[in-house]
Write a protein that binds this ligand. Structure first.
Ligand SMILES: [Zn+2]
Ligand SMILES: [Zn+2]
Length: 124
Protein backbone atom coordinates (compact mmCIF):
# COMPACT_ATOMS: atom_id res chain seq x y z
CA UNK A 1 0.00 0.00 0.00
CA UNK A 2 1.36 3.38 -0.96
CA UNK A 3 0.79 6.24 1.37
CA UNK A 4 -0.03 9.58 -0.31
CA UNK A 5 3.36 10.89 0.80
CA UNK A 6 5.21 8.37 -1.32
CA UNK A 7 3.74 9.80 -4.47
CA UNK A 8 4.86 13.33 -3.66
CA UNK A 9 7.50 13.46 -6.41
CA UNK A 10 4.69 13.35 -8.96
CA UNK A 11 3.45 16.68 -7.67
CA UNK A 12 6.60 18.35 -9.08
CA UNK A 13 5.08 17.92 -12.49
CA UNK A 14 1.60 19.06 -11.58
CA UNK A 15 0.33 21.65 -14.03
CA UNK A 16 0.21 25.21 -12.78
CA UNK A 17 -3.16 26.67 -12.07
CA UNK A 18 -4.40 30.18 -12.63
CA UNK A 19 -4.28 31.94 -9.23
CA UNK A 20 -7.47 33.76 -10.12
CA UNK A 21 -9.85 31.15 -11.51
CA UNK A 22 -7.90 27.90 -10.90
CA UNK A 23 -8.11 26.98 -14.55
CA UNK A 24 -5.39 24.73 -15.94
CA UNK A 25 -5.92 26.05 -19.45
CA UNK A 26 -2.71 28.04 -19.49
CA UNK A 27 -0.29 29.18 -22.16
CA UNK A 28 3.12 30.76 -22.27
CA UNK A 29 2.57 34.51 -22.60
CA UNK A 30 4.83 35.47 -25.48
CA UNK A 31 4.09 39.20 -25.16
CA UNK A 32 6.00 39.65 -21.93
CA UNK A 33 9.27 37.94 -22.67
CA UNK A 34 11.54 40.15 -20.58
CA UNK A 35 10.07 39.41 -17.19
CA UNK A 36 11.84 37.05 -14.82
CA UNK A 37 10.31 33.63 -14.46
CA UNK A 38 7.97 32.05 -16.93
CA UNK A 39 5.20 34.37 -18.15
CA UNK A 40 1.88 32.57 -18.22
CA UNK A 41 -1.46 33.67 -19.55
CA UNK A 42 -4.74 32.04 -18.53
CA UNK A 43 -6.90 31.14 -21.50
CA UNK A 44 -9.99 30.98 -19.33
CA UNK A 45 -10.00 34.45 -17.75
CA UNK A 46 -7.07 36.24 -19.43
CA UNK A 47 -5.15 36.71 -16.18
CA UNK A 48 -1.38 37.09 -16.61
CA UNK A 49 1.12 35.91 -14.06
CA UNK A 50 4.59 34.48 -13.87
CA UNK A 51 5.76 31.15 -12.65
CA UNK A 52 9.18 30.65 -11.17
CA UNK A 53 11.18 28.25 -13.26
CA UNK A 54 11.52 25.05 -11.34
CA UNK A 55 14.06 23.23 -13.43
CA UNK A 56 15.69 20.54 -11.36
CA UNK A 57 18.35 18.13 -12.53
CA UNK A 58 16.68 14.71 -12.73
CA UNK A 59 19.94 13.04 -11.77
CA UNK A 60 21.29 14.98 -8.79
CA UNK A 61 18.41 17.30 -7.92
CA UNK A 62 20.48 20.48 -8.34
CA UNK A 63 18.69 23.66 -9.38
CA UNK A 64 21.85 25.07 -10.97
CA UNK A 65 20.79 24.25 -14.46
CA UNK A 66 21.81 25.99 -17.66
CA UNK A 67 19.03 26.51 -20.14
CA UNK A 68 19.34 27.19 -23.84
CA UNK A 69 16.84 26.95 -26.65
CA UNK A 70 17.27 25.36 -30.03
CA UNK A 71 14.98 25.70 -32.99
CA UNK A 72 14.39 22.74 -35.20
CA UNK A 73 11.68 20.75 -36.81
CA UNK A 74 10.23 17.26 -36.81
CA UNK A 75 7.80 15.22 -38.84
CA UNK A 76 4.38 14.94 -37.26
CA UNK A 77 4.45 11.25 -38.14
CA UNK A 78 8.02 9.93 -38.28
CA UNK A 79 6.95 6.87 -40.25
CA UNK A 80 5.25 8.92 -42.92
CA UNK A 81 8.30 11.18 -43.02
CA UNK A 82 10.48 8.22 -43.83
CA UNK A 83 8.26 6.90 -46.58
CA UNK A 84 7.08 10.18 -48.13
CA UNK A 85 9.60 12.85 -47.09
CA UNK A 86 8.28 15.35 -49.67
CA UNK A 87 4.64 15.29 -48.64
CA UNK A 88 4.71 14.36 -44.97
CA UNK A 89 3.44 17.02 -42.59
CA UNK A 90 5.98 18.53 -40.23
CA UNK A 91 6.16 21.20 -37.56
CA UNK A 92 8.69 23.63 -36.22
CA UNK A 93 9.80 22.38 -32.83
CA UNK A 94 11.51 24.59 -30.29
CA UNK A 95 13.52 22.57 -27.85
CA UNK A 96 15.00 23.58 -24.57
CA UNK A 97 18.36 22.10 -23.76
CA UNK A 98 19.30 21.80 -20.11
CA UNK A 99 22.67 21.10 -18.61
CA UNK A 100 23.26 20.58 -14.92
CA UNK A 101 26.21 22.60 -13.71
CA UNK A 102 26.86 20.22 -10.88
CA UNK A 103 26.89 16.78 -12.47
CA UNK A 104 26.97 17.73 -16.18
CA UNK A 105 23.89 15.71 -16.92
CA UNK A 106 22.09 17.11 -19.93
CA UNK A 107 18.59 16.59 -21.25
CA UNK A 108 16.04 18.37 -23.37
CA UNK A 109 12.38 19.24 -23.45
CA UNK A 110 10.05 20.37 -26.20
CA UNK A 111 9.08 23.99 -25.55
CA UNK A 112 6.60 24.54 -28.35
CA UNK A 113 5.44 23.07 -31.61
CA UNK A 114 4.22 25.22 -34.48
CA UNK A 115 2.65 23.42 -37.42
CA UNK A 116 4.19 24.26 -40.76
CA UNK A 117 1.59 25.69 -43.13
CA UNK A 118 2.65 25.63 -46.75
CA UNK A 119 2.34 28.91 -48.65
CA UNK A 120 -0.18 28.94 -51.49
CA UNK A 121 1.47 27.59 -54.59
CA UNK A 122 2.63 30.24 -57.02
CA UNK A 123 2.04 30.17 -60.78
CA UNK A 124 3.16 26.83 -62.15
ZN1 LIG B 1 -7.78 32.29 -14.98
ZN1 LIG C 1 22.86 17.16 -11.88
Amino acid sequence: MLSPDQRSCDSERMPVQCPKCSSEDLDRDRDSADSPGIPIICNACGHRFTREPRIVCPRCGSVEVDESSVEGWAYDDPEEGREHPETAAWSYVDRLLYRCERCRHDWQAVASVRPYTPKPAGPA
